[in-house]
Design a protein around this ligand. Sequence first.
Ligand code: ATP
Ligand code: MG
Length: 366
Amino acid sequence: MRVGILGGGQLARMLAMAAHRIGIEPWIVDPHANAPAGRVAHHILAELDDPEMPGLLSSCDVVTAEMDHAPVGILDAVEHRVPVHPSPAAFAIAGDRFREKRFFADLGAPVAPFHLIEDERSLSRARSAVTCGARLKSRFEGYDGKGQLVVRTPEGLDAAWAELNRVPCVLEEEIDFDRELSLLAVRGGDGEIRFWDPIENHHRNGILRVSATSPADRDTPAGIAARELVSAVLERLGYVGVLAVEFFDVGGHWIVNEMACRVHNSGHATEEGAETSQFENHLRAIVGWPLGGTRSVRPTAMVNLIGSIPDPETVLKIPGARLHLYGKTPAPDRKLGHLIVPESEHAVWLGSGAVDAVRLGSEVSR
Ligand code: ATP
Ligand code: MG
């Protein structure tokens, strides 16, 4: 069985490593010779919008992508030759913040009030929406908080849009949230849906720093409503594979931020903390194999290593810590690896020790 993956970053690398273990041959497409996944997968050196893509991937049994902004036209063309999961239609929604917000709103999900800005008229209409704070986000592209600006005044909106080069944008209300959470699910080829426990996420400067499994959120009214919503998304899209949905918790009420049609940074700890990791279950789903269990087997936290790699001897002293490095060249704000901290003095069930993990995150990712 051969799986083609568009993109060769750390997500593709972890998918490829999981693939080898269960006898799947991973093939990546990435234009960079030193792509992180290149060392653990067959590497097709090509741009992601290469019109030859259907031919390049024709020997694969199924094709997937590791990025939010997969080129939908190319995925459509590939799909004429090889099945693509999740579907190009799902990527088309997740890669367009305006369509994505409308999609969730149409499903009846709570989302921050939003406005599309694409010309002077829509800009002046949106200006009246900026009363006490809003966030301008580029409609397409953008990750790790890039292509986003906080807007505090109506006049500030014009300056912010100019700073984003007047590309199409979505203006959304700034949410004064208590916490950020994500819910990861997998849907198999036969329609079976499984959920991992909710995950609490801590960001700094728009970049995820620390995630911790939060089983306490699983069966609260908000957790149950979130599961129902994610199931509805999966069914509506006829989705196959792992889907991540990010939420803001405001007084126990979860507002949808965005979704990612792929494995997700906040789910990395499933590798140590759940019966089956997000990587393995994504692969099982897209090749049509039975899904693995998603129950938590131990409390886990994940700390992203950003900008520089800490001395392995220091972090590996933490009892039970597992270090995952991506083989990337250090650069400011670049995700270079992560640390999973299972049951140990630093391990966290949320509430008891998340603060420790956050402190650890700020120490090791400075
Ligand atoms: P990523 O790909 O890393 O998930 P992104 O660039 O796609 O990030 P978002 O998830 O929309 O962007 O935003 C990044 C972070 O910025 C959020 O996790 C949250 O901390 C903050 N943020 C985004 N939108 C809002 C909002 N409307 N109100 C308050 N905070 C927000
Ligand atoms: Mg996000």
